[in-house]
Design a protein around this ligand. Structure first.
Ligand SMILES: Nc1nc2c(ncn2[C@@H]2O[C@H](COP(=O)(O)OP(=O)(O)O)[C@@H](O)[C@H]2O)c(=O)[nH]1
Ligand SMILES: [Mg+2]
Length: 360
């Protein structure tokens, strides 16, 4: 396996976001690793994550505003968390796309807290709501978010990206390629959505932006053949990661699922334990529809990771809570904008913190 040599470049790029530090830190870019670790000890990296948190806050603004408006009404004229307040809260969560089952679980937790603490003022409700939702999501014993880190292996790490048309697959692949590249990994993309010429061109444009190689064939070619070529090429050039785009057409579900099976099988001819990640992309702005798609895809394919896109510009961010609670499959990534750097690793606690207002 190749050594991941350019970690300092990643540091450089992150640092550039922080204009205030950029001048002094540029001096350290080519510095030996011990300086990098000193920077880390000095707390610089917590500043970087604050930047990401800001972006998350901004991306979830609409959902947060909507929660704020609804939650403010639940406590009007009330000083204590009582049954009325809990009923209102239940309605707020259900109408915010959290989903009925997850809402009931959250309300149950708050109820038991109320009965334990005897008196809970409504001014504490926001903090309690956040705590209980985070507590609930952490009950799912799924792996912790890792910051675009790929497991070490002797073959490329092969990702197959699936989901219905328009959810943001190609965009997410472009963003992933960019993030992995920043981490120092070498990436190869495969354009196995061969139904439309525009789909191939779109991925080519992302490959150019992220500055990674891409394998294509002409429109209408066999997607499995493209997948095979891509993995073969990635092995030859010793890529760390392969990301394969696929077409998504729900109106022809059986064909779609058969096609995915075929793609998986050809990947296994070259990488027997691949694909390592089957990433289902869901459009968060579709709320309950995203839930439904998750159900259907997870039943039909071996999806083992989820990405939820378009959380910016929608008030339906609550759907992430429901999906994170109800699916055993972890949400790995969230899309908070169209730009190349607007994909984040999903962090449950930070997400809940950004989604719910501090005071209402
Ligand atoms: N606002 C926003 N738009 C997104 C995001 N992800 C994807 N999109 C947009 O969604 C549209 C469909 O994306 P595309 O990647 O072509 O979807 P695909 O058909 O699943 O490959 C494009 O206009 C993207 O710019 C996101 O996180 N936020
Ligand atoms: Mg596409």
């Amino acid at each position: 396996m190749k050594q991941r040599a350019n970690v300092p470049i990643e540091i450089e790029i992150e640092i550039k976001h922080l204009l205030i530090f950029s001048l002094s830190l540029q001096l350290h870019l080519s510095a030996p690793p011990d300086i990098t670790s000193k920077l880390s000890c000095m707390g610089f990296f917590s500043i970087f994550s604050k930047e990401k948190k800001k972006e998350l806050d901004k991306g979830l603004e609409k959902s947060k505003e909507s929660f704020f408006a609804k939650l403010a009404k639940t406590v009007v004229g009330k000083s204590k968390v009582d049954d009325d307040v809990l009923d209102n809260l239940e309605e707020v969560l259900v109408t915010s796309d959290v989903g009925v089952e997850t809402t009931l679980r959250i309300i149950e937790r708050i109820e038991s807290r109320v009965s334990r603490d005897k008196y809970l003022g409504t001014e504490q409700l926001n903090a309690i709501l956040k705590e209980e939702i985070v507590g609930l999501l952490l009950e799912n014993d799924i792996e912790k978010a890792n910051d675009f880190v790929i497991p070490k292996m002797d073959t490329p790490y092969v990702m197959l990206v699936v989901g219905v048309n328009g959810v943001g697959k190609t965009t997410t692949i472009g963003k992933l390629a960019y993030q992995f590249k920043q981490k120092g990994y070498s990436v190869t993309l495969g354009a196995a959505d061969t139904f439309r010429a525009a789909a191939i061109e779109q991925l080519e444009a992302w490959a150019k932006r992220a500055d990674v190689p891409i394998i294509t064939q002409k429109m209408g070619s066999d997607p499995a053949a493209v997948a095979y070529d891509t993995v073969a090429s990635a092995i030859a050039r010793k890529s760390d990661v392969v990301i394969i785009d696929t077409a998504g057409r729900l109106h022809n579900k059986t064909n779609l699922m058969n096609e995915l099976i075929k793609i998986k099988n050809v990947i296994r001819k070259l990488v027997p334990d691949g694909p390592h990640e089957i990433l289902l992309v869901l459009d968060g702005s579709t709320g309950q529809n995203a839930f439904e798609q998750a159900r259907q895809f997870c039943a039909a394919t071996e999806v083992n990771a989820l990405a939820i896109t378009k959380l910016d510009g929608t008030a339906k961010g609550g759907v992430v809570i429901g999906i994170s609670d109800q699916f055993k499959i972890p949400i790995k990534y969230i899309g908070v904008g169209e730009k190349i750097d607007q994909l984040q690793v999903f962090n449950r606690a930070e997400f809940v913190d950004s989604l719910f207002p501090d005071n209402w």
